[in-house]
Structures are given as C-alpha cells and as structure tokens.
Design a protein around this ligand. Structure first.
Ligand SMILES: [Zn+2]
Ligand SMILES: [Zn+2]
Length: 351
C-alpha cells in the first residue's frame, strides 16, 4: 500500500496515510474554542451540568480549570503537557492561550490554541431562596409570664450569630432571613431546619428552659412526592431567675442555679439540695421573688429552735433548728422569707 497523500510506500499506514503525513495532519488535543462557565454571583458556587457545587476558586483559576476540563487528548498521544495562560480579560470574557506538547507516535509535537471563556453570573437556588426570604424553620425565644430579659436576648443574639456563622461554612442555608420582635419574644427565621435546630440546642444549653418543636405543613413538593414542612422551634425560658422561690411537689425551695439540663433547688425548711429536670418544669410554681427577701435578727436560741423577730411586725417567732441555721448566734442578722404566713430563715446575712 502507498500513502494517498504523498505517494510514499516505504511506511506502514496509520488510519490510511503514512506516519509523516499523519503527524503533519493530526492534532494532539481537541477542544471547543468558546467556553462558558456559570457561577453564582453571591456564593461563588459553580454550575456543573445541572448541579451547583461549592467552589473556593478565583475567577482566573476557574477559567484555567474550565479550559483543562474541556481538553481531550487525541489518540496515539503520549507525555502530554498542557499550560493555560490568560492573555486578556475584557469584562467577563477571558482570552486564553493553550500550550500543548506531547509525543505523537514518538515524534514531539507542539501546538497552541486560543480559547475564549465567558463567565456567566447567575444565582444558585440556595442564594435565590435566601434572596426571596425562604426559611425552613423559626426559632421562637420566649419566657414564661414575662418578656425575655435584655441579657437573655443578648446571649441569644450572640449564639445565633456565631453558631450560624460557623454552620454557614458548610451549609449555604444556615442564614437568618428575618428577625421579628414581638410582644411575647423574638423570632429568628432560619433558612435551614438542621442549622436552626443546632442553634436552638445551643441556646437551651446556655440559658435553660423548655424546647419544643411544632411542624406545620406548608405544601407539597410534587417532583419528589414529599410533603413540605416548616418547623417552629420554641425555647421557653423559665418564669423564675436565680434567687427566686418555688414550690415543687411538697418542697418550698430557693432556685440556686440552672443550666441546659436541670434546675438546682434548696429546700427552705431543711436546707437540702435537690435537682429537677427541665421535663418536670411544669410542676414548678413560683411562690416568691428574690426581692421579697427581708432581713431581721436572732433574738434567742435553744437546742431545738431559733427565735427571730418578724421583719414587719417585730413579734418574736420560733423556728425549728436545722444544720443550715444551727450555727446562728443571738444578735446575728439573717435573711428571711415569708410564704403563706410562715417565716423561713435563708442564711446568715453577709453584713
Ligand atoms: Zn504520506
Ligand atoms: Zn449561591
């Protein structure tokens, strides 16, 4: 057989022509010379086919990456090396020079191509949800029989900001689309339910209270055949503060502390400590406030009782002794609380 291009008949034919004609005509790489990349103008994620993917690349890196992705090495090519240089940038158009080197049937071949890449800015579905105020969940900050205190609201705000900030590195939907100040508390509208739940748990761990979720059906995703819910997560902080007084089962007690898990109480009569889980919060009733505490003094003492003056009437009152108050001496000032006509000694006054 002879080569139909040059007539030579001393070489084996490749795809119907001789090797030197084949090398002259073949290309080592194939590519489109006009490319388009779609990225989200807000979060920089990139559209790959029909899927949006996170991207940390700069526009220049994206352009080089897109060119490389689009290149195909042709058959019989070995040791291919490619470099991409951006020659000019006009608006969102990048003119690139592709330099390709490789061996074609053992012969070194060098080729250069110009490729134009256009970056199209669009808005990814997550960002467009954000822009339209979309939310999956509402965190409701409430307090029993009162408005949350400024300090509580400050802590909540801080947690929402830092926790969502961290979560948003991995979850584009971890955003607050709205904050509503209501007469009973504050509502945070959150893009992602998962993120909202994590934030709410952190708030509860820090401030205590009772957390409750109530899903509401808002529609149906026909394409996936799934009901769509929005989930309201309420955190109800307690009626009481540290230093207030409550009744729990048959105990009258002072609130000593509370955290995300339990409430620490001190029995007024015996001075014993007890803790109550938040799930039993409903059984706790406030009976007096911190500011109801008064000061009086010890007027006499026997092995079984301590006598103090009633803080309002100045009448002597005898109180059964317990470990907590047994060290009191005549003349000591003490803090007392009156509940339903009964006086309780709380502690020795510090002064
Ligand atoms: Zn030939
Ligand atoms: Zn986006």
């Amino acid at each position: 057989m002879f080569c139909p291009r040059c007539g030579s008949d001393d070489e084996e034919l490749i795809e119907g022509i001789c090797k030197s004609c084949f090398i002259k005509e073949a290309k080592i790489v194939g590519m489109d010379d006009d490319l388009k990349i779609t990225i989200c103008a807000h979060c920089n994620s990139i559209l790959n086919g029909i899927k949006w993917e996170d991207s940390e690349l700069s526009d220049e890196e994206l352009v080089s990456f897109a060119v490389m992705e689009n290149l195909r090495a042709m058959e019989h090519v070995e040791d291919l090396e490619i470099s991409v240089d951006i020659l000019t940038v006009r608006g969102s158009n990048y003119e690139c020079l592709v330099h390709a080197e490789g061996k074609l049937l053992g012969t070194m071949v060098v080729e250069e191509y110009k490729v134009n890449v256009k970056i199209v800015k669009n808005v990814c579905p997550d960002c467009s949800k954000f822009a339209s105020g979309y939310f999956e969940s509402v965190i409701q900050i409430r307090a029993d029989n009162r408005f949350p205190t400024p300090e509580e609201l400050r802590v909540v705000d801080e947690i929402v900001r830092t926790k969502l900030g961290n979560l948003s590195l991995k979850n584009r939907m971890a955003y607050v689309s709205d904050v509503a100040m209501l007469k009973e508390g504050v509502d945070y509208y959150v893009g992602s339910y998962k993120a909202a739940k994590k934030v709410a748990e952190t708030i509860k761990d820090s401030l205590g209270g009772v957390m409750q979720e109530s899903p509401r059906l808002v529609g149906r995703d026909k394409s996936r055949g799934k009901d769509l819910y929005r989930i309201w997560i309420s955190i109800r902080m307690p009626d009481f503060q540290r230093g207030d007084f409550v009744e729990y089962e048959d105990h009258k007690a002072e609130v000593m502390s509370f955290d995300g898990k339990k409430i620490g109480l001190k029995n007024l009569e015996s001075g014993d400590s007890l803790s109550v889980m938040w799930r039993d919060y409903g059984k706790i009733k406030v009976i007096a406030r911190k500011h109801d505490v008064k000061t009086t003094s010890v007027t006499s003492k026997t092995p079984t009782s301590i006598q103090i003056l009633h803080p309002d009437s100045y009448q002597p009152v005898d109180i059964d002794i317990n470990d907590e108050i047994s060290k009191l001496m005549i003349g000591n000032n003490v803090k007392v609380l009156e509940v339903e006509g009964i006086l309780y000694i709380l502690s020795k006054d510090q002064d």
